[in-house]
Write a protein that binds this ligand. Structure first.
Ligand SMILES: *Cc1c(COP(=O)(O)O)cnc(C)c1O
Length: 334
């Protein structure tokens, strides 16, 4: 059992078969029929003009930010945003784009008054504020649709574009019981990670207008992300979006049960209000040695990341029974 992340999911048997049978060509020449089919299908599926298959979510965000912003431009994002904190500063390093992080509220949203105050005046002292980048889900929390509508209004009023880091946007759609298009409709661009809970081995998508994706395609080549017979990966990616979305419901139920169970164990506290999807954060009493706890779990074949709060991520390779097992072990250790 591996609770570190939903990135550890192994491809399904159907994916392995589809990968073996995939028609392929050189995708840099635009010759890979399976990649072309995935990109065309994904654009339509999410309500955009065009799509680009990328090696990773990090690459999709990097290309996404660089296709919106020139050198010396700036993007607004959450202080906890993946594309600010966890992508090695790529937008700044490779794109010369300045991030302007703004504190996230406890529910993951960013306050519009704070965003407004962060927009720079049009003056040669300042970077040019071009873009607002949101993330949904963010640390497992779902942004309300009403907030997304307000974000659209905010960027329209301020002449900005709106990007969504939607690595786990399907978790958000499943949690809200809506079509993913209802979330996507507010954004100029969006990423989707195929290789997390949706179980593809490799790959993400960047979605946007034709012109925007053409720019991103050029940038993808520049950063070394042009792949050749990538249809082998795209075949699995298509199944991620067609066959694996339902699984997320179970992952969310498992996370809820895990949170409830943890809250019954002395020394663990969980705020159930923020368990919307497949990620559970639990605070651990200081008297418990988290590193020792993780080592004990490892002895029982359970992998988790030491931290306080400690993060558990559910996914298709963790069953409802596994949740009961880990709860039992934790109750016995403490
Ligand atoms: C995982 C993740 C990414 C990056 O995806 P990789 O495929 O790991 O590069 C981007 N944004 C969010 C919100 C993520 O969770």
């Amino acid at each position: 059992m591996d609770f570190r992340s939903d990135t550890v999911t192994k491809p399904t048997d159907a994916m392995r078969k589809a990968m073996a049978a995939a028609l392929v060509g050189d995708d840099v020449y635009g010759d890979d029929p399976t990649v072309n089919e995935l990109e065309q299908w994904a654009a339509e599926r999410h309500g955009f003009e065009a799509a680009l298959f990328t090696t990773s979510g990090t690459q999709a965000n990097l290309l996404g930010l660089m296709a919106h912003c020139e050198r010396g431009d700036e993007y607004l994002c959450g202080q906890q945003a993946h594309n600010y904190r966890y992508e090695a500063g790529g937008a700044a390093v490779l794109g010369s784009i300045q991030p302007q992080p703004v504190e996230n509220e406890p529910d993951g949203t960013i306050d519009f008054a704070k965003l407004q105050a962060a927009i720079k005046p049009n003056d040669c002292h300042f970077a040019r504020t071009r873009l607002l980048s949101l993330e949904n889900t963010i640390n497992g929390k779902v942004l309300p649709l009403s907030y997304l509508a307000e974000a659209r209004e905010f960027v329209n009023q301020n002449g900005l574009s709106l990007h969504l880091d939607g690595a786990r946007v399907y978790n958000a759609a499943v949690a809200l019981d809506i079509d993913v298009k209802e979330i996507a409709q507010y954004f100029d661009s969006m990423t989707v990670c195929l290789s997390k809970g949706l179980a593809a081995p490799i790959g993400s998508l960047l979605l946007g207008s034709k012109e925007y994706i053409a720019k991103a395609r050029r940038l993808r080549k520049m950063v070394g992300g042009g792949m050749r017979q990538a249809g082998i990966l795209a075949a699995a990616g298509k199944l991620a979006l067609t066959e694996q979305v339902d699984q997320l419901k179970q992952d969310h139920l498992n996370a809820k049960r895990l949170a409830e169970g943890l809250s019954q164990i002395e020394g663990f506290s969980v705020n159930p209000e923020f368990i919307h999807t497949n990620i559970v954060f639990t605070k651990i009493d200081e008297r418990i040695d988290v590193k020792a706890l993780v080592a004990k779990l490892a002895d029982d074949g359970i992998t988790a990341t030491a931290g306080n709060p400690m993060r558990f991520v559910t996914h298709k390779d963790i069953s409802a029974q596994d949740i009961e097992t880990v709860l039992e072990k934790l109750a016995n250790y403490v």
